[in-house]
Design a protein around this ligand. Structure first.
Ligand code: ZN
Length: 197
């Protein structure tokens, strides 16, 4: 009680804002009250969904900003082995602004991935296993993020949103499935991965 949540509407696939290239923010803009309020609202909206990442174009704003958090409770019931395969461990809340992925070589890994702008569906998406990202943080300070596994996947997914790219552009399209059918036929996102072998 006493906490007023500001939930934003998450725009769905087909909205042109998800297909445009978002604009950069200056450090001064990031520190302005308007952007600070946006960050807080995006954080609330991501938690409510719930999701592990949310990019500004997903709330209708073509700005190069995204919020990320992989909470421990999201994976506490998942099999340890599945988490180890995905190199998935909790990531604290943080903000990335004007992120750029360094063009460094990395192996690709394939796992099921979904998107809050296309709820109820998933597909196998190849992503780089490791990325190094240069960005600004919530105070407009430069940061270098070195990420592996699931965190690297979240970063690539959110940064794609800033360039008008949705995971369906990168998915192995034959693996596209409803969440219900993934649960029914393959034991869910942490179940058997039919791409193996
Ligand atoms: Zn998404």
């Amino acid at each position: 009680m006493g906490h007023l949540r500001t939930l934003l509407k998450i725009v769905q696939a087909g909205d042109p804002v998800l297909r445009q290239s978002a604009r950069e923010l200056t450090s001064a803009e990031i520190r302005e009250a308007e952007i600070q309020r946006l960050i807080e609202a995006m954080r609330e909206t991501m938690h409510d969904a719930p999701g592990v990442g949310l990019a500004a174009p997903q709330v209708g704003l073509p700005l190069r900003i995204a919020v990320i958090e992989d909470k421990p409770e999201y994976t506490e019931k998942a099999p340890r082995e599945a988490l180890a395969q995905r190199q998935r461990s909790p990531v604290p809340f943080h903000v990335i602004v004007n992120p750029k992925i360094r063009p460094e070589p990395s192996a690709d890994v394939k796992f099921y991935e979904g998107c809050l702008s296309l709820p109820g569906f998933l597909a196998l998406v190849p992503r780089k296993q490791n990325v190094v990202v240069d960005c600004l943080d919530h105070r407009g300070e430069p940061r270098v993020i070195e990420a592996a596994g699931w965190y690297a996947r979240i970063l690539q997914h959110e940064i794609d949103h800033l360039d008008g790219i949705i995971y369906i552009d990168r998915m192995i399209s034959k693996t596209f499935t409803s969440t219900e059918n993934l649960n029914r036929f393959f034991g869910g996102v942490f179940g058997r991965t039919p791409q193996k072998g």
